[in-house]
Ligand binder design. Structure first.
Ligand SMILES: [Zn+2]
Ligand SMILES: [Zn+2]
Length: 142
């Protein structure tokens, strides 16, 4: 199964694409008050609330995560399980934390292999939908 990632650095987990083997996304917990490198153009940023950043999957995004949900995600990322962090469990905390996991295949795919297509609502960005290599469509960014 390739829905499992590997731990990286402090409080981080990286997930590889089942199709091409490239990194599909990196999750990094950002406890309140601790500076995190968000990459250009944001650089080092300190958040006032607990949250998690998602890198490399179509850019960098940050999601606020409160109390219990933050604790659950932290336990999933710091897991001692031999397989490493499980994207399916992470997706259960919130789908936007593991949008790279196909709900139907149970595999992880990178942004490119999702063949993203953006939809607009009245000229404004609405969401990005993707089609996985096996033809399943789902929202990958909202
Ligand atoms: Zn790929
Ligand atoms: Zn699929």
């Amino acid at each position: 199964m390739s829905r499992h990632g590997e731990k990286v650095g402090v409080l981080g987990a990286a997930f590889r694409c089942a199709e091409c083997g490239e990194i599909a996304g990196v999750l990094r917990l950002t406890p309140a008050g601790q500076p995190v490198d968000m990459g250009p153009p944001l650089g080092r940023t300190t958040h006032e609330a607990d949250g998690v950043s998602l890198d490399l999957f179509g850019g960098t995004s940050w999601h606020r995560l409160e109390g219990e949900a933050f604790g659950r995600l932290r336990a999933l990322i710091e897991t001692d399980a031999p397989d490493g962090p499980d994207a399916l469990e992470i997706r259960r905390v919130h789908w936007e934390l593991a949008p790279f996991l196909c709900r139907e295949c149970g595999d992880v795919y990178c942004w490119t292999d999702w063949k993203p297509s953006v939809t607009f609502d009245d000229g404004f960005y609405d969401e990005t939908r993707g089609t996985c290599p096996r033809g399943h469509r789902q929202t990958i960014d909202d």
